[in-house]
Design a protein around this ligand. Structure first.
Ligand SMILES: [Zn+2]
Length: 583
């Protein structure tokens, strides 16, 4: 087991793995990012390439590359092992009990279902018709293979029977969202007679499906699109279609284009614009935004948006604005979506992207074209649309710029606009990201002092002589183990031979000492700080002992053990005196 873990760790670089999830910024020999596990404005999440660890100094989470995958994917160790093994090209035996989890079964079902649908598209009669239709819509053979587009036959049990033959249970097929159970407890296929777009997670594993009807059925069917319902693998409010293939490009271009449909994403990739993703079967949610924030702060939307309405689409964009994204709006020709534009003139898509307007310009232009800014009624309507938009701008200078612009164009005083803005009720907060589970880490004063002392010693190794044997008792286990080793090995200290937990703690200390900017410049000040920290630690240690003693005294009194009381009291008094000396 350990050898596999080591092999995977050796083959993977933690910086590379983490940077496929987060936008990392180099600082000195380390990297930092906004922590994905708690809300923060300043980055306190660090990655150390030399130690192959990560740590967030805000919420206190940290560890190795496996721990990172477990946290960010919300999976158990076995799943993280599987994900990283695949990434490292290390083969795990498929039946290895170490990687057999419930999620793994669901991933397998989705993968088999995807293969089934693909085969149907390429080999069945109706499937080939669907393929022809896709090609007419401009999707190339290569894209069909890359995006693994398939066909769900017009049967009730085609897929379920196939999966049962592969050894899956009815319950599992239902749980993967591929079948529906009827009143008699029998299952039937959810996707029938539809073109199938598999939906991938960030590691390109199939987790769900979108199904679309085509041809004459398009007119007759109520639900043109259906999606996998929420399953343990798939949650539409958290998945962005195409992100696995777009993430590198999004980071490189530092911009993400949001479109509405699967075919828009595929066609855009085909046309060479690859920083494109789509929401799948839902409006933009706070989770999507959080996910995107890891890659870029710049969003371009190609949504059909009614600025005066209160659509889910508009709310999503408004929320993105409030979250501090720079948003640009790509204006499409009336009635066309990106896939239509690309089908006829792929180059037009690129120039539309270049011509995208900032969200403020977009709102201004639309509001002024919709209403007559010369009439009082028109002015009021325009202000009604734009004031909420202005209220959402996080930057005051920007606010002032746009207020000036609005005042000029409406020919009213700026104060009037500010007054209206003040009146405008704070927007309903019902759309906020649900409260973060992870809070700022609370550490005891002792733990903080221990960390500080160790960091000082790592930074200024010559200060080590300030630590004497007596003071070792004031420390808790891990720091004590490190200090003992330091004392033994002096300048040869490398942290070898420590217990794994202590080694992990030491790695954390090294990283902290590297990234913490708040260190004394001069040795003299470092000595002072070390001494005051040691003194405080000693005081806390004494107080702890006094508490312990008073408990023991209470017990001795209950037992009426006079002799013991006497002895303990003496100890107590001596310690108290020592404490007073410090003050
Ligand atoms: Zn954090």
């Amino acid at each position: 087991m350990d050898s596999i873990i080591d092999e995977i760790k050796n083959r993977l670089d933690i910086v590379e793995v983490i940077s496929s999830y987060l936008k990392l910024e180099k600082v000195g020999s380390n990297y930092r990012a906004l922590c994905p596990f708690h809300s923060e404005k300043k980055p306190s999440f660090f990655v150390s390439p030399s130690r192959q660890i990560w740590h967030c100094f805000g919420c206190g989470k940290g560890g190795d590359v496996f721990k990172f995958i477990m946290e960010i994917e919300g999976v158990e160790f076995k799943d993280a092992l599987r994900i990283l093994a695949k990434r490292a090209g290390v083969e795990l035996k498929p039946q290895d009990p170490r990687i057999l989890t419930k999620k793994k079964r669901l991933y397998d079902i989705c993968e088999w279902a995807c293969k089934f649908f693909e085969k149907q598209l390429h080999e069945s009669k109706k499937g080939r018709e669907a393929k022809e239709y896709l090609k007419q819509r401009g999707i190339s053979e290569e894209s069909i293979r890359d995006w693994r587009i398939g066909w769900a036959p017009e049967t009730w049990h085609g897929l379920s029977e196939f999966l049962i033959k592969k050894g899956f249970k009815k319950e599992e097929i239902e749980e993967a969202g591929l079948a529906i159970k009827n009143e008699k407890g029998n299952i039937y296929d959810r996707f029938r007679g539809r073109i199938i777009f598999p939906i991938f997670d960030i590691n390109s594993q199939v987790i769900g499906f979108g199904g679309r009807v085509f041809g004459e059925k398009e007119e007759k069917t109520v639900a043109k699109y259906i999606n996998t319902p929420n399953t343990p693998l798939y949650d539409k409010s958290k998945v962005l279609y195409g992100l696995d293939k777009a993430k590198t490009e999004i980071r490189q271009k530092d911009a993400c284009i949001l479109v509405e449909g699967y075919t828009d994403v595929i066609m855009s990739h085909q046309a060479g614009v690859k920083n494109v993703v789509a929401v799948s079967g839902t409006a933009l949610t706070p989770y999507h935004l959080k996910l995107l924030k890891r890659y870029s702060d710049n969003l371009l939307t190609a949504f059909d948006m009614d600025i005066a309405g209160d659509s889910a689409t508009k709310r999503g964009i408004d929320l993105a604005q409030k979250e501090g994204f720079n948003i640009k709006v790509i204006s499409l020709p009336e009635g066309l979506d990106p896939a239509d534009v690309i089908l006829h003139h792929p180059e037009d898509w690129k120039s539309l992207i270049e011509k995208a307007k900032s969200i403020l310009d977009f709102y201004f232009d639309n509001a002024f074209s919709k209403f007559d800014s010369k009439t009082p009624e028109g002015k009021k309507e325009i202000a009604k649309i734009l004031i909420p938009v202005l209220k959402r701008i996080p930057n005051e200078i920007e606010v002032s710029h746009w207020v000036g612009e609005l005042a000029k164009r409406l020919q009213v005083k700026e104060e009037a606009i500010y007054q209206e803005m003040a009146k405008y009720q704070k927007e309903e907060e019902g759309f906020e990201v649900e409260k973060e589970q992870v809070k700022e880490e609370k550490k005891s004063r002792e733990a903080k002092l221990e960390e500080r002392i160790l960091c000082l010693l790592v930074r200024f190794p010559e200060l080590f002589k300030e630590i004497n044997l007596e003071s070792l008792d004031w420390f808790s286990e891990k720091p004590k183990e490190i200090l003992k080793k330091m004392k033994e090995e002096k300048e040869n200290f490398k942290g070898d031979g420590l217990t794994p937990e202590t080694k992990e703690y030491l790695d954390y200390i090294y990283l902290k000492s590297e990234v913490d900017e708040d260190f004394p410049e001069e040795k003299k000040n470092a000595v002072e700080e070390l001494q005051t920290s040691l003194k405080e630690l000693q005081i806390l240690h004494i107080k702890k002992q006094l508490n312990k003693l008073s408990d023991q005294i209470r017990l001795a009194e209950e037992a009426k053990n006079q002799e013991k009381i006497q002895k303990l009291m003496e100890e107590f008094n001596n310690l108290s005196k020592k404490l007073i000396e410090f003050k």
